[in-house]
Design a binder for this molecule. Structure first.
Ligand SMILES: [Zn+2]
Ligand SMILES: [Zn+2]
Length: 349
């Protein structure tokens, strides 16, 4: 064991950096080489010279960053060499083409998780557990109060809500992120939807990327197109609409007629009764992230003895320390704080 003070993956102002491989993971700023775990905007940013991502996520990345970006794709599990390290990308189960990044130098293996979830999701590849020595984990829902029921029949729950409202001549307006959540809802409803689901134009191109990758989604129609087809003071009736909350500021929003609203998110858990949070009529606890139990299960399955936790999550760090693991906030991955022995700097002794 060599006691170098530079970690295989370091925390820098640009984001996670693998010096031995000459690349960043989800950099916050433009860099030469960026491995992008998935196309959400807090992970995929413009301006880098070259991107690496999973093949099934290339379409989404180009839709988000521009079709002229330089991007190299790999299949899940495919190994490739960058500098002195061997890299492979493994399914994170978060959205289509989302990846955990496995980095190997000699016998040393690190995994940076990106965002991940273990819940069933027909719109993307299932989560894969990857063994490693050091695991850098996300922790969006890293407190015990975020623990939800697994594998709920979200499709049927949304379908029932839609049919109830439709019988009353109302529309259902369902909010969720335009990338990932919207397509997951469409996949859950693929075999249930009795008519096309109306999607806001901001969701349309991303949704097409899913279809191009062979994902089975419910039929859709652009909301704005449908609105244009209405005559005089005609209103929408009995529709299921996937859209961002900003639609209520649109000039034509009066044509939405009578509607109920719902939000699909992990944040619907924990806080009040889970429903009618933030003024919505309904809430669907539907997360793209691991809950407390799944974070812990994933860390355990990784076999990692050392864990770095993102999102400034002190609760999870303390919990892991109590279980006997070497656990730190990811901000400790700066050379000054890092030694291979643990969380203090031997050079200072
Ligand atoms: Zn994400
Ligand atoms: Zn994220």
């Amino acid at each position: 064991m060599h006691h170098t003070s530079f970690p295989l993956v370091a925390w820098t102002p640009q984001g996670l950096f693998c010096k031995a491989g000459g690349f960043y993971i989800d950099p916050h700023r433009a860099v030469d080489l960026a491995i992008v775990t998935h196309a959400h905007s807090d992970h995929a940013r413009r301006g880098s010279k070259k991107y690496i991502t999973v093949n099934s996520g290339i379409g989404l990345l180009k839709t988000r960053l521009g079709k002229n970006i330089s991007v190299e794709g790999y299949d899940y599990g495919e190994q490739f060499q960058l500098g002195d390290v061997i890299v492979s990308l493994h399914s994170a189960g978060h959205i289509l083409g989302s990846a955990q990044v496995r980095i190997q130098r000699g016998s040393e293996v690190w995994v940076a998780s990106g965002d991940y979830k273990r819940d069933r999701d027909p719109s993307c590849e299932p989560f894969e557990s990857v063994k490693c020595d050091t695991f850098i984990t996300e922790a969006t829902f890293g407190t015990p109060k975020y623990t939800w029921k697994k594998n709920l029949e979200h499709g049927e729950m949304i379908y029932d809500w839609w049919m109830d409202s439709r019988a009353k001549g109302k529309n259902c307006v369902l909010f969720g992120y335009s990338l990932g959540k919207a397509q997951r809802i469409l996949a859950e409803l693929a075999h249930l939807a009795p008519q096309p689901i109306l999607i806001h134009s901001t969701i349309a191109a991303l949704t097409e990327c899913y279809r191009e990758q062979g994902r089975k989604l419910a039929p859709t129609m652009e909301l704005e197109e449908k609105i244009k087809m209405l005559i005089f003071d005609q209103r929408l009736e009995g529709e299921l609409i996937l859209a961002p909350p900003s639609i209520f500021k649109e000039r034509w929003s009066v044509q939405l007629g009578n509607y109920e609203t719902a939000f699909a998110s992990g944040w619907m858990q924990g806080g009040g009764n889970g429903f009618s949070r933030g003024g919505y009529d309904r809430g669907f606890v539907m997360s793209d992230h691991a809950d407390w139990n799944d974070l812990n299960q994933t860390i355990e399955e990784s076999g990692a003895r050392r864990v770095y936790v993102q999102h400034r999550n002190g609760v999870l760090v303390r919990h892991l320390k109590n279980k006997g693991l070497d656990a730190f906030p990811v901000e400790d991955l700066i050379p000054e704080k890092y030694t291979e022995a643990g969380g203090y700097n031997l050079r200072l002794i």
